[in-house]
Design a protein around this ligand. Structure first.
Ligand code: UGA
Length: 433
């Protein structure tokens, strides 16, 4: 028999958690404050773009193991385990904004069934589980941290094939942590039970390590350009070292998305409040800004030194391929800088079909990559959509006003591009013309 689970929040993490837990045999009630979202989910329409999620929602509804309700209170009644998946965006100071979390906890406080376990899945500053336990202040309710490690575009896959499950509980009684670990009992993976502060730190340390690793790689790529080395070979060679591993070593226009930027800032603020200077993390963040400037410098140089009035075509706007997420996208950060210097930007992204007010304002959105290339002095690939590899570069060459292709993801095969007479520049790759 599965557990009775309430998932509070049907956003990215909440919906994935609810749908996947129901597929593991638990009875899940998932709550959101957005009536339209709840209605869509009840009709079996997934409200996030994620491979496999729609099928899981439809199966869950059909088997009656998954239900969607409006408001946290309706979900919590009768639950053994209440999982909090509410947004914790970056606040004005860079620290995580916990208002949504605190308001849900306050709303649920009196309604939680005796003996239930409250689980923090949102990424929250170290010490939040203790704070939530303080807010709930009930001896018959335990609070446990259970951070998620889901990548956008692979959320269902990552949930059902985790590298590890982390459960943090500062309760002397190990039973609540065990009950949470049992939710994942069908998955073949390592389960690490820690105190709650350590569980919260594992999440931040993992994301901040990944960001630092990318800033390191991007800097090595820059050095490769000065030294006529190839970052492709360098990272391939590094990746064979089992201590390093070959994942997460691709250079790019800087890292972005809804997690890495937010979590690096938040940990930096946490360190500051603890009286510690996390200089390495600050350098990783600064290096990321520098990476965007470096890309802009390449484009400026490609158009002869002055971006004012230069037409530039952009390929890719989302923060990475396989998502329609534009939040904290390095592509848009580069676009903003180009536009600030007077460049006129046309951009194509396979998942962006219309302008998004306040987000894509610097870019005229086109329906195809070829339209983005029309009359442009240079074309800049910013997101690694695999289909860009299959573009007809002769057709792009015909449409371009200039001859520069800047591939910030090292996605393209340089000879395929240069065969058409275009000049190719990657990141940390020897230039080819
Ligand atoms: C990230 C983490 O990878 C997840 O483990 C974590 O659970 C999640 O944040 C979260 O905190 O919720 P995600 O934001 O989906 O996942 O994106 P990643 O795939 O990690 O990519 C982050 C950024 O790094 C993107 O801009 C991507 O283009 C860039 N990147 C990634 C590179 O430039 N090179 C790489 O080799 C990998």
């Amino acid at each position: 028999m599965g557990a009775k689970v309430a998932v509070i929040g049907a956003g990215y993490v909440g919906l994935t958690t609810a749908a996947c837990l129901s597929s593991l045999g638990h009875k899940v009630v998932c709550a959101d404050v957005d009536q339209e979202k709840v209605d869509a989910l009840r009709r079996g329409e997934a409200t996030i773009r994620e491979p496999g999620i729609c099928e899981l929602v439809v199966d869950g509804l059909a088997s009656r193991r998954l239900e969607f309700v409006l408001g946290a209170s309706a979900a919590a009644a009768g639950a053994d385990i209440v999982i909090l998946c509410v947004p914790t965006p970056m606040g004005a100071t860079g620290a995580a904004d916990l208002r949504a979390l605190e308001s849900v906890v306050t709303e649920l406080r009196e309604l939680l069934p005796p003996g239930c376990v409250v689980v923090n899945k949102s990424t929250v500053p170290v010490g939040t589980a203790a704070r939530v336990a303080g807010l709930i202040d009930r001896a018959d309710v335990a609070v446990v941290s259970n951070p998620e490690f889901l990548r956008e575009g692979f959320a269902v896959h990552d949930f059902l094939n985790p590298d590890r499950i982390v459960v943090g509980s500062s309760d002397r009684d190990p039973a609540p942590a065990r009950r949470v670990a049992e939710l994942y009992g069908k998955l073949d993976t390592a389960v690490l039970v820690t105190d709650s502060a350590s569980a919260e730190m594992i999440k931040y340390a993992s994301n901040c390590y990944l960001a630092t690793r990318l800033s390191f790689v991007n800097t090595v790529a820059e050095l490769c350009e000065y030294l006529d080395a190839s970052i492709d070979d360098v990272t391939a060679g590094m990746g064979y070292d089992g201590r390093i591993g070959d994942a997460f070593l691709r250079p790019g226009p800087g890292w972005g998305g809804s997690c890495l930027p937010k979590d690096t800032f938040a940990l930096l603020r946490t360190a500051e409040s603890a009286g510690s200077d996390f200089a390495l993390l600050r350098a990783a963040i600064e290096t990321n800004v520098k990476q965007q400037e470096l890309v802009v410098g390449k484009v400026r140089k490609a158009v002869g030194g002055d971006l004012a009035g230069a037409r530039i075509g952009l390929l890719g706007l989302t923060f990475k391929a396989g998502t329609d997420d534009l939040r904290d996208s390095p592509a848009l950060a580069v676009a903003r800088r180009l536009a600030a210097e007077g460049a006129e930007l046309s951009g194509y992204d396979p998942s962006v079909h219309a302008p998004v007010a306040g987000v894509t304002d610097d870019v005229r959105i086109t329906g195809t990559a070829y339209h983005a290339a029309n009359g442009a002095a240079a074309i800049v690939l910013l997101t690694e959509w695999p289909e860009f590899r299959d573009l007809d570069w002769a057709r792009i060459a015909d449409r371009l006003g200039g001859s520069s292709v800047i591939d910030t993801r090292n996605l393209l095969d340089p000879p395929t591009v240069t065969r058409t007479g275009l000049a190719y520049q990657g990141i940390g790759r020897p230039d080819s013309a």
